[in-house]
Design a protein. Sequence first.
Length: 352
Amino acid sequence: MKAAVFKGVGTVTLDERAMPEISDEEVLVKVHAASICGTDLKIIRGGHFRVGPDETRVLGHELAGDIVAVGDHVAHWKVGQRVSVVPNIGCGHCDMCRRGLNNMCPNYDAFGINIDGGFQQYMVVNPAALYGGNLFEIPNSLDYEAAALVEPLSCCFNAWKDLSVTPEDRVLILGTGPIAALFLQLARSYGARQVIVVGRRESRLQEIAGQGATDTVNSAAVDVHDEVMRLTGGHGVDVALTCAPAPELQGLALGLLARYGRMNFFSGLTKGSKVELDTNKVHYWGLTLLGSTGSSIKDYARSMKLVESGQIDVKSVISHRFGMDEAVAGFDHALTGKGMKTLILPQEAKLR
């Protein structure tokens, strides 16, 4: 079989590997769709603390496929079932896992991080993932591409659910990538009265506007603070999400929050980054500042329902597809920052 293998900073190669063999407590998935995430690109650019300097890894944690082999001791799962995967596997016994927060487990394992992930034609799902509930059957109404994109939506939903958005709220989204697009769809689905998206490229702003924006702000052309205040009639925004890894956006978003505003620091920053925040405003205006990372199994299940119901169209954020023979070119394309979501389809040779 073929696999796109990360071999250290800046290096991904297309390798020929032996077909995986499974134990009695594992299943083998034939991968049909795997989406390139910003985390994959960060690893390619700078490595990851869970991947040693002498290790190789098949990245990819947004994936879907069908089961082609089942271990003798595996119950419930059968050959032919279409499945997708929650990537973060909790240890099962820490305080976070006992609260159902597998994504917050300090001793987690994860597909595409320290376990080989989806950018290969066949992938083993280990016993911990099966026992932990990380494997999901795909509803009949969803194809593999949509199922693969439930994972990034679930990360957005994890952030979104605690912001308590209502139809009275004005929402600010800073960033114009696929994550921002999914947040725009969530805002539309929850009926937010106004959704403002901020970006620095007019072409990308126009591309993303159809996902649910009522207003767009080009940060390269206008003063963002002044323009957002103008658009909100001086009120400011009730909810803000930072969807780009830029420290200046966090302070900017805080400055635009209205009284009792809520904010999620969605995009992580480079280690060691510092941001100056006006904590007096937080105190006197009753602001709520939140952070989130990944998603729990419950978040994933609810996100699957949002896609299955048609409330969120995850496939609308796909801009490019590459076959397995073109996988390295797919990563090169994604690293340029052009387009939205890039998918690798491991069972197809070439698509371009």
